[in-house]
Design a protein around this ligand. Structure first.
Ligand SMILES: Nc1ncnc2c1ncn2[C@@H]1O[C@H](COP(=O)(O)OP(=O)(O)O)[C@@H](O)[C@H]1O
Ligand SMILES: [Mg+2]
Length: 231
């Protein structure tokens, strides 16, 4: 963990400062806000909701970056959004990730697909179980099966979902390193996490499918106009 954080801080320090504008917010979750990067439209920059406390808000980013960079040379067809590295911005440290888009260039989450009734709840469960299968092949230890953490890639008819958050344990520690070394352990981990979340996932999907779009969504952004760099 110590070495990873050192490397992350080095990348942030060495990066040119990127200026992000709140008009370029794509979306947000409980801990992070995603900005379009005008210079690189195929990428997003994830910023901590509270830049002054970025190490806490970016905890998931650290382990996603760690898993993504450990896997990228090994496996190609894994259904995660790859992390490219860390940058310095006027909103604090940012994680650069590949932006997942459909054939119209939109990033459409599983929440939206359910709300629009493009997918049924049963189909959503089945698609996530496909991803769990893909993760077994690739040895990805996923922990957070939430309807906002899946985005559709390419033509909707293909129903190809990508996990854009939660495809790693919450922290980088010895357990994370062991999970990356053993597909058997990683599969047990991912399957256990999915089994434990499945009923909650299904309940949330049912609520959204029934028309309650906001059900269990991240709390809205409060005033972000004064957010500034924490590093
Ligand atoms: N790689 C990506 N491609 C497209 N959209 C994304 C991507 N990453 C995040 N998003 C959008 O931003 C939202 C919040 O990002 P997320 O990483 O899930 O933050 P949090 O950790 O706070 O939940 C997602 O629910 C999704 O709508
Ligand atoms: Mg999320």
């Amino acid at each position: 963990m110590y070495n990873s954080l050192k490397e992350i801080k080095r990348q942030i320090k060495d990066s040119e400062k990127i200026i992000l504008n709140d008009d370029n917010i794509l979306s947000y979750g409980s801990n992070r806000i995603c900005y379009f990067d005008e210079a690189n439209p195929s990428q997003l920059i994830k910023i901590a909701r509270h830049p002054e406390n970025w190490v806490k808000d970016h905890r998931q980013s650290f382990s996603e970056w760690y898993i993504s960079t450990s896997l990228v040379t090994r496996e190609k067809d894994c259904r995660i959004s790859h992390c490219q590295g860390w940058v310095r911005t006027n909103k604090g440290p940012g994680l650069v990730v590949d932006r997942i888009v459909d054939d119209h260039g939109q990033s459409v989450t599983l929440r939206k697909l359910l709300f629009r009734r493009e997918l049924t709840v049963e189909q959503a469960v089945c698609l996530v179980e496909n991803i769990v299968g893909n993760f077994s092949t690739n040895g990805i230890p996923a922990s957070d099966f939430n309807i906002d953490n899946f985005v559709i890639e390419g033509e909707h008819i293909n129903k190809k979902l990508i996990m854009i958050d939660g495809f790693s344990p919450k922290k980088i520690n010895l357990k994370t390193q062991l999970l990356l070394k053993s597909k058997t352990l990683s599969n047990c981990y991912t399957n256990r996490k999915w089994r434990r979340t499945k009923s909650r996932f299904t309940y949330c999907a049912q609520k959204v499918y029934a028309g309650d779009y906001r059900f269990a969504a991240a709390t809205p952004l409060s005033d972000i106009s004064n957010r500034s760099s924490g590093i």
